[in-house]
Design a protein around this ligand. Structure first.
Ligand code: BDR
Ligand code: CA
Length: 314
């Protein structure tokens, strides 16, 4: 059997981030989570680092190393999303405060040190929030860029255009400067844009299936979903809410659930109107070289089967 793939989860939990972390921690045969690095995004850093620890404890992994990273984007003011995720970022069920410690080291230092210490090409960065921690690490330690195996990130959109503004998806919008660094770095990048994550949609039967798993993790996933679905139902008139961030982890476990194209993706960083837009050359109308595998479709049934199977193990 092959050894599990080494990953760092960079995240701003967030209910959907939380489900992604559970999916990873429920898959120890395939994934070796070296650490969880928190970033400011859905809510400020003080809450995202705390939420990351709450989720690790829920998964029965109080031994997991959780690091706090950047509290604000590389060159702009923080924009948060309490209107989606609630005041705590993990609104829904009442959850106990974590007792596991936060690591002393800054998340950016951890990312740099880990990439330098592990053999080149063996660590994958799974990015579920604004790209600030990774952009800062690349800027501070350019020698690590070539050592990254792959970056798999949730962010951007093409056909769905935007969710936080008419033109931009939240994770890219919050720190477009960091995103520009990442997309220009020459690293292998896999992108889960809104075009895909809006297909990872909860429905009543899917939520009830989580609840019926009979464990605490399944119950929490159902209760988080009960809370944050209201936003997308109201906005899009959809049956449920998109589980954006678990798409990143699901890709590592079952890439065959996804299909996409290798295209050029550029990030808008100057226009007020379209700040944070991911300009993806889906139709190949420029000669700009491809820099990302931009996903376009998802097998939703297979995705929810995988989630149920792995969350049941926690
Ligand atoms: C992304 O923004 C956050 O609200 C979610 O956690 C996800 O990472 C979706 O646009
Ligand atoms: Ca997120």
């Amino acid at each position: 059997m092959s050894t599990p793939r080494k990953i760092i989860i960079d995240t701003d939990p967030g209910q959907d981030d939380a489900v992604a972390i559970l999916l990873a921690l429920g898959s120890p045969k395939e994934l070796d989570v070296l650490g969880v690095t928190a970033v400011a995004g859905n809510v400020p850093l003080a809450l995202t680092q705390k939420n990351a620890r709450i989720v690790c404890e829920l998964a029965g992994r109080p031994d997991m190393k959780v690091f706090a990273g950047c509290g604000a984007p590389m060159g702009r003011k923080l924009v948060t999303a309490e209107h989606v995720h609630g005041k705590t970022g993990l609104d829904g069920p009442v959850m106990p405060d974590p007792t596991m410690p936060l690591q002393d080291m800054h998340a950016v230092e951890f990312i740099i040190e880990t990439l330098r210490a592990e053999p080149a090409g063996t660590v994958t960065l799974c990015v579920l929030g604004p790209l600030t921690n990774i952009g800062t690490a690349f800027e501070r330690a350019p020698d690590i860029i070539d050592r990254v195996q792959e970056i798999v990130l949730m962010g951007g959109a093409y056909f769905q255009v935007g969710n936080i503004t008419p033109a931009a998806e939240f994770n890219i919008y919050v720190d477009p400067d960091a995103a520009k660094i990442i997309f220009g770095a020459g690293v292998d990048i896999v992108v889960m844009p809104l075009d895909v994550t809006h297909k990872a949609l909860t429905t009543r039967p899917r939520v009830e299936a989580f609840r019926a798993l009979g464990n605490e993790a399944g119950r929490m996933v159902a209760e988080w979903t009960d809370f944050f679905e209201r936003f997308d139902k109201d906005k899009y008139g959809s049956k449920g809410a998109p589980l954006h961030d678990p798409c990143v982890i699901a890709y590592l476990l079952k890439p065959e659930l996804f299909s996409g194209r290798h295209v050029n993706v550029e990030i808008e960083v100057t226009s007020d109107l379209t700040l944070g837009m991911t300009v993806a050359d889906w139709w190949g109308v420029t000669h700009r070289p491809a820099n990302a595998l931009f996903m376009g479709d998802l097998n939703a049934e297979g995705f929810f089967e995988l989630l149920n199977e792995r969350i049941a193990r926690l």
